[in-house]
Each structure stands twice: as structure tokens, then as C-alpha cells.
Design a protein around this ligand. Structure first.
Ligand SMILES: Nc1ncnc2c1ncn2[C@@H]1O[C@H](COP(=O)(O)OP(=O)(O)O)[C@@H](O)[C@H]1O
Ligand SMILES: N[C@@H](CCC(=O)OP(=O)(O)O)C(=O)O
Length: 377
């Protein structure tokens, strides 16, 4: 796919029909941690205008934990997961109440969708999310999405909403992703570094990942920092979706395609969602170690991982979980969704398909990781 110029990326954003807008906690709160109605109101104003002009907008909004810890009597954002989940449970309702009132002033209805990482891969939940989001957009509603913090388990939560927003952009087949945060653009290094310079256009986010120095969150309430925002832009780019990242006060101009913040060009045509999920969002539960021949085949990009080429298995996982595929030197080669439970695998190691069928039965005569569920890293 030829790289779009900076102007073409901005035009694509201006013309986008379906847009996912992600806003971070730091952009919705006062320094005290309470929700800031003015910031929220300004954001809603920008989104409502784009929506009334015909854009279909999905808002991925953080802020539940930030909105909940103050009313619960905590001075600062809680660090332990259980209290964060309780704060999110209290804060999510408060957050939605503010959005409801702010959008109502424009005659726009909102709908709440809380989603976990698992919902984005299990086929039934994925289809339900897709159908509900699609119908809400048809009805002119602005869906407001957040991670289902109160229920997500520690191991598989997204934690930040950046990657979630890129996956939502895939679910709704968005034409653009707008990441709103507390910094006006991507810089060559964290903005606290006096040498850092603003970057207005990233033609290839994969290359940018190698050169830009990024750090975690600069605020007390944000979670992922620039690392997860670049990951989100990366997922979007390889899904054929352009991204613009800027501060929340630039939401209006960003949605209009003005040259604010940083624009990221798409690098590929739209790809398979399942492979994207495996590559970017899934958290490996264990490791399969490939021998030299299998490692070579996996690196080639089109082979399944067969038990004949696996020399060791580590971790506890179930069929369908994500695992690392490593070479014998410990380098990660790929991630994949494994076809068997971890306890089933030791008896399969080193056996070819005919032997698996003969000694263990038909059920075992399949790749440990099928190539359709394997993504090189
Ligand atoms: N190279 C960089 N360019 C811009 N910002 C960066 C960079 N590296 C780290 N950051 C930090 O990332 C922060 C935004 O992330 P975060 O606090 O998680 O926001 P949000 O709550 O919007 O997700 C910025 O405030 C900034 O301090
Ligand atoms: N789901 C959490 C989001 C966590 C968070 O802070 O995310 P972000 O602001 O995007 O770094 C919440 O609503 O509080």
C-alpha cells in the first residue's frame, strides 16, 4: 500500500464516517482527581458537533477510577486492583451521568458498553459487541465504551484504554481513530526532556517505534503513557486506520482534519481481526519451545507449529489461550492460540502426526498452534 502523505491522512480523518475517539483519565479530571465537568463538557461539545454533522462516533472514555476514588474518600488513586475495581464501580456511574447530561443538551443519546479483553476475542461476545455497537450507531446514539474494570481479572485486563480503543476501531470498522490525552502531540522524547521535539506526522509507526523515546504516564491518573498510545496507533495502522493523537482541547480541530497533534498514516490494508488480537492484545499464559527446524519454519511465516518440533512446554494454560513460541535460545518468535491444554502437551512432544494418531488418538493429530492463529513478533 503506498504511504499516504500528511495532507492525505488529515483529509481521510476529515472525511471519516465512523470514528473512534479515545479520551484518557488525565484529560477528564482536576488535579484533585475529581471529574472536571468543564473538560468533559468541552469534549462533548466537540464530539456532538461532529456527530450532528453526520459522523458516527464511538467514544472510548477512561475516567471511572479517577471519578470514583474521591467520592470513596481516598486522597489519591488507589494502587491495589481490588480498590481500583471498587472505585471504577462507583466512578463509572458518575462518569456516565455526566456524559448523559452533557450530550442531552445537544439532543444526543448515549449508550454504555463495558468490555473486557476476553470479549474482544471470544467469537460470541465479539459478534454481540459488533452488533450492539452497529445498531447504536444506526440509531444515532454515541456509544461510550470503557473497560469493564470491576470484573476484568488482573491478568487479562487491558489496564489502559489505548489498545482497547484500537480494537474497538476494528470491531466497528472505523475510518479513523482519535486519541485524546494531556499532551498536545507525540514528541521525540518525553516532553519533560528539554531536547524533545514535536512530531506532526508519522508515515510509518513501526519505524517510529524504533526511534521515538517514550515513557509511561506523566500524570497521576493516566495509566499507559505514550507506550500504549503508540501501540494503539500501531494496531490501527496495520488495520488500515489512520490515527491522530493530540490533547483533548484540540478534539474539534482534530476531528475536522486540521493539522493539530500527530497524525499516523495507515501502513496496510485492513487485516484479520483475530491475528491482530493475537499479536497485540493477548497476554501469553505459557511458552512452547521450538527446536531449530520448527523455529526456522515458524520464522518463515506460513507454517503451523507441530508437536514434532516442540521440545518443551512451560506454564499452565488451556486450549484457546495465547502462548509464546520461543526458540531454544529463549528468543520470542511468535505468539499463537494453542490448540491443547498444557497438561496434554508433554505426551505429544516430538511425535509426528501419524504417531499422535496411532498412540494418542485422532483428537491429538493436529498442530499445537495452527498457522491461522500464529503471529510473528
Ligand atoms: N515521547 C513522548 N511524547 C509525548 N508524551 C510522552 C512521551 N513519552 C511519554 N509521554 C507522556 O505520556 C503522557 C500521556 O499518557 P497518559 O498519562 O497515560 O495519558 P492518558 O490518561 O490520556 O491515557 C504524557 O503526559 C507524557 O508525559
Ligand atoms: N478503565 C479505567 C482506565 C484506566 C486509565 O487510566 O486509562 P488511561 O487514562 O487511558 O491511561 C478507568 O476508567 O478508570
Amino acid at each position: 500500500m503506498p504511504t499516504l502523505s500528511h495532507a492525505e491522512v488529515r483529509r481521510a480523518i476529515a472525511q471519516a464516517q465512523t470514528i473512534v475517539v479515545k479520551v484518557g483519565s488525565s484529560s477528564l479530571t482536576q488535579p484533585s482527581g475529581h471529574l472536571d465537568p468543564e473538560k468533559l463538557g468541552a469534549l462533548v461539545n466537540a464530539i456532538a458537533h461532529a456527530s450532528l454533522m453526520g459522523a458516527r462516533i464511538v467514544l472510548v472514555s477512561s475516567g471511572a477510577i479517577a471519578a470514583g476514588f474521591g467520592p470513596l474518600g481516598f486522597d489519591s488513586r488507589p494502587k491495589d486492583v481490588a480498590t481500583q475495581q471498587a472505585a471504577a464501580s462507583v466512578g463509572q456511574g458518575l462518569l456516565m451521568a455526566q456524559y448523559e447530561a452533557a450530550f442531552a443538551a445537544f439532543g444526543i443519546r448515549v449508550g454504555q458498553i463495558l468490555i473486557t479483553a476476553e470479549d474482544t476475542i471470544r467469537a460470541a461476545q465479539y459478534r454481540n459487541a459488533q452488533r450492539t455497537l452497529g445498531r447504536l450507531l444506526e440509531l444515532g446514539v454515541v456509544p461510550i465504551v470503557n473497560e469493564n474494570d470491576a470484573l476484568a481479572s488482573n491478568e487479562i485486563r487491558f489496564g489502559d484504554n489505548d489498545r482497547l480503543s484500537a480494537l474497538v476501531a476494528n470491531i466497528v470498522r472505523a475510518d479513523a481513530l482519535v486519541l485524546l490525552t494531556d499532551v498536545d502531540a507525540l514528541y521525540t522524547a518525553p516532553p519533560s526532556d528539554p531536547e524533545s521535539k514535536q512530531i506532526s506526522y508519522v508515515p510509518n509507526v513501526v519505524k517510529a517505534l524504533e526511534t521515538v523515546k517514550v515513557a509511561g504516564s506523566g500524570s497521576k491518573v493516566g495509566t499507559g503513557g505514550m507506550v500504549t498510545k503508540l501501540e494503539a496507533a500501531h494496531v490501527a495502522a496495520v488495520s488500515g486506520i489512520p490515527t491522530v493523537m493530540t490533547c483533548a482541547s484540540n478534539a474539534g480541530p482534530a476531528l475536522m482534519g486540521d493539522f493539530v497533534g500527530t497524525a499516523f498514516a495507515p501502513v496496510k490494508h485492513r487485516g484479520s481481526f483475530k491475528r491482530l488480537w493475537i499479536g497485540f492484545a493477548s497476554h501469553p499464559r505459557g511458552t512452547l519451545v521450538a527446536d531449530e527446524g520448527a523455529a526456522h519454519a515458524v520464522r518463515g511465516g506460513r507454517a503451523s507449529l507441530l508437536s514434532a518440533g516442540v521440545v518443551a512446554v512451560r506454564g499452565e494454560f488451556s486450549s484457546g489461550d495465547s502462548v509464546w513460541i520461543d526458540d531454544e535460545q529463549g528468543n520470542h518468535l511468535a505468539k499463537g492460540l494453542v490448540g491443547f491444554d498444557s497438561e496434554e502437551i508433554p505426551q505429544m512432544l516430538g511425535r509426528n502426526t501419524a504417531q499422535l494418531k496411532r498412540f494418542l488418538g485422532e483428537h491429538y493429530a493436529h498442530p499445537i498452534v495452527h498457522r491461522d492463529y500464529l503471529v510473528l513478533v
